[in-house]
Write a protein that binds this ligand. Structure first.
Ligand code: DX5
Ligand code: ZN
Length: 216
């Protein structure tokens, strides 16, 4: 069964508590939290103070996607705020291997994100250390963009690499995932689907999460 991580980027920032109530009632597996710094991406969202206020609202794991420059400077703050998964972009940190080790040494799950133009080849030598590889299926920065179809081949390639290397990381696909392409994304080899606008812009977000969970 697909693991579903609704992205609160499309939630109502003026009423996150209400949206967390909804997520608590849902069958979602993780809560995807998009941190944007206005540098690595143009958009700006929130950081550790907001996440730490969200933490008591739910028991669901926080899947924190850092779209920030030099994430190594603030890993500890995200751990203290309540992150369970911490995912960094390869091109935002100078010593990626060290950053991953630091995340793991703090006892968190470590993820690396690849943008649409990047190849899994770039992270070959750290794959054994990862709990998660996040494949961006839009360019990072905004919700509601269209799925980049070439990512389907990348998912398959990464899944083959995982099988050959006997690695254990999960494959997460983030951006433009909708009910009508989710099956294809899962068939290609994704384990976790991130869905922002598809969930929060749906007339009934709770029902929409269940529809994602029910995909066979
Ligand atoms: C984009 C973010 C995504 C975003 C996905 O930079 O990383 O998590 O919320 O939004 P949708 O599902 O609307 O494409
Ligand atoms: Zn994201």
């Amino acid at each position: 069964m697909a693991l579903i991580a609704p992205s609160i980027l499309s939630a109502n920032f003026a009423n996150l508590e209400r949206d967390f109530d909804l997520l608590n009632q849902s069958a979602c597996d993780y809560i995807h939290i998009d941190v944007m710094d206005g540098h690595y991406v143009n958009n700006l969202t929130f950081g550790p103070p907001v996440i730490s206020h969200l933490r008591p609202l739910t028991k669901k794991p926080f899947d924190v996607h850092l779209m920030i420059d030099r994430p190594e400077r603030s890993l500890k703050a995200y751990k203290e705020a309540g992150a369970d998964f911490l995912t960094v972009h390869t091109d935002a940190t100078i010593h990626l291997h060290r950053t991953i080790q630091e995340i793991k040494e703090m006892g968190l799950k470590a993820g690396v994100a690849l943008n649409p133009a990047q190849s899994p080849e770039e992270i070959r030598y750290i794959l054994r250390d990862l709990d998660l590889v996040l494949l961006m299926s839009v360019n990072p920065g905004f919700g509601g963009q269209s799925f980049v179809p070439q990512v389907l081949d990348k998912i398959k390639e990464l899944k083959d690499i995982r099988t050959q290397g006997n690695y254990s990381f999960k494959i997460e696909v983030d951006g433009g995932v909708k009910l009508d392409n989710a099956k294809e994304v899962l068939n290609a080899g994704a384990d976790i689907l991130v869905a922002g606008s598809a969930v929060f812009n749906a007339p009934d977000p709770l029902k929409r999460i269940q529809e994602f969970k029910d995909i066979q």
